[in-house]
Every structure is written in structure tokens, then in C-alpha cells.
Design a protein around this ligand. Sequence first.
Ligand code: FMN
Length: 315
Amino acid sequence: MVADSVPSLSVNLAPNYESGLLLTNPVMTASGTSGFGEDFSKITDVSGLGAFVTKTVTPKKRSGNPTPRTVETPSGMINSIGLPNPGIQGLLDQEAPHWESFGIPVIVSISGYSVDEFRYLASCLDGIEGVAGLEANFSCPNVDKGMEFATQADLLSEATTAIVESTSLPLIAKLSPNVTDMRPIAVAAQEAGAAALTIMNTIVGMKIDVIRRRPFIGGVTGGLSGPAIRPIGVRFVYQVYPEIDIPIVGAGGIRDSSDALEYIMAGASGIQVGTNNFVHPDTGLSIVAGLEKFLKSEEVSSVQEVVGIAHAEQY
Ligand SMILES: Cc1cc2nc3c(=O)[nH]c(=O)nc-3n(C[C@H](O)[C@H](O)[C@H](O)COP(=O)(O)O)c2cc1C
């Protein structure tokens, strides 16, 4: 790299799609940690991110799980929010009109109870201005049947096919860590036409309130997120990377550019920031700056060059 030249952070998350899914940098929000973007865009400059991933939307409005819905844990948090959202029609009426102003691709996270619900959501979002892609939340641990799609390869395959057939938008399949081996599920998603994979959602956990002698969280169990789960996410990305040809988006416990680089070197082309947005809403922006600084100091011209580099035989 020529000294002082700016390294490229750009990434295409859907190289197998004619339209592609082009991001100027690999850093995104993780679904559910910055709402549908209107409030988040008032507290940080979303235009500096690679893409905005919305909270998950379902066909019908949901009010979410009983409280308390969150609790802090050592190096993380447990949440059982239960996908409160305005439903697809509410989303299109109230939220979608803001997305054009973000100046970056918006990826809408969708979830359903059945293959037909996923199909329906995909067709509703097809052709909507400001929507650049879909992320299928096949892995929510906090709703009935939420995780079944990401733990059963045949079901995930059926839902992926249904989505892909109902829209020209690129689909990112979000997988669950609550499996023994993620590889066959990742391969099934690729074979069914997913453009990319997000690895990973939260890990099921719980806390007991010892004074009340009862589960602390209203939904009893919840999803553990934050730095505590990062080594697990990095491990899954590292294991899945050699098995597939589509891009991986890494998520789980990312706080800074060094954390992001762990995922990237394990095989992730993009990364998402979730829990740390609650601590510092500017986390994504500082990761972008940190990645650029790293590439410059290492004299690497493009972030693509370090994707999966931890698999290289020679240093
Ligand atoms: C409060 C909260 C709400 C979340 N809501 C969603 C959601 O609606 N859809 C989804 O796919 N993932 C959801 N997630 C999971 C995150 O997108 C992410 O996969 C996970 O938290 C791991 O990343 P992190 O450790 O950076 O938070 C949620 C996570 C948290 C902490």
C-alpha cells in the first residue's frame, strides 16, 4: 500500500446477487439494539456505518414479554424482550419513511412462526424504497418456536427458500449458537439461497432472584449477549468459514476494533455491534476508525485481505 493512501473498508455482502449488497464499511448495528433507527440516528451519526439492521418485525404487532426483560450479568446481559414491534404494516407506515435519510443500506430483520409468515414478510418488503436487504431472524430464543428454524436444517432450508422466492432483496440468514454444530445449518442456508449468514444470536441463559426464590426474568429464560459470548461467536465463525462460500457477518460481544478484527480474521466479512450500543452508541463509528487505523499501520490496502486470515497456514 502506498503510504498515506486510505485503505478500502468496502464489502459486498451479496456477491451472488446481481444487485449485490454494497457497504462502504463492514460495521453494522445488530438487530434489536437500536430500534428501527429513528431515535438511534439522533444520538449517533448512522451515515458513518456500513449498514443499519432494524429490530425484528413480525407480520402482526407484538407487545413483547413480561417484565423484567433485562438483567446485567458479568461481562454481559440477559434479555427476554420478546420482539415487541408494530407489525409489518406499522413498520411500513411509521418507520420505513425515515430510512432514506440514513444514507446507508437498511437491512430489515424479519421473523415469523411459520414458513408462510416468512414468505409473507419478504413479499411485503420487496420493492420498498430504502430497504436494501433482509436479515431473517431464525434464531430468537425469546419467543415460542423462535429458535426452531435455526436448530433444524430442513425447516431453515424451507423458510430460506420461501423468502428467496418472494423477493429480489438479498437475504442474510441469522443463525443460533444454541446448537451443537452450526456447520450443517450454515450449509443448508447457503444451499437454499441465502446471500450471507449472520453468526450469531444470543445464547440461552437465566438468572435466579435469590431473595424472591424465582427466575429473575419475566420470560424465565433469556438470551445472553455482550463480551462474555465473544469467544463463542469467534469459534462459530472460524468453524463455519471453511464450509461455505457466502459472506459471514459476525456478531457477539464486539466492543472495539480489536474485537471486530477477531471476527474478521476468523472469517467474517462484516460485523455487528449489539449490546455495546447501550453503553456507547458511537461504538460502530469508533470501530470503523479503528479498522482503518489498523489497516494503515499494517500497510494492508483492503479489509478483504484479512478476512479469514487466521486460517492461513503461514504467517
Ligand atoms: C436487548 C436486545 C434485543 C435484541 N433483539 C433482537 C431482535 O429483535 N432480533 C434479532 O435478530 N436479534 C436480537 N438481539 C440479538 C443481537 O442482535 C445480537 O445477535 C446479540 O445480542 C449478540 O451481539 P452483542 O453481544 O453485540 O449484543 C437482541 C439483543 C439484545 C441485547
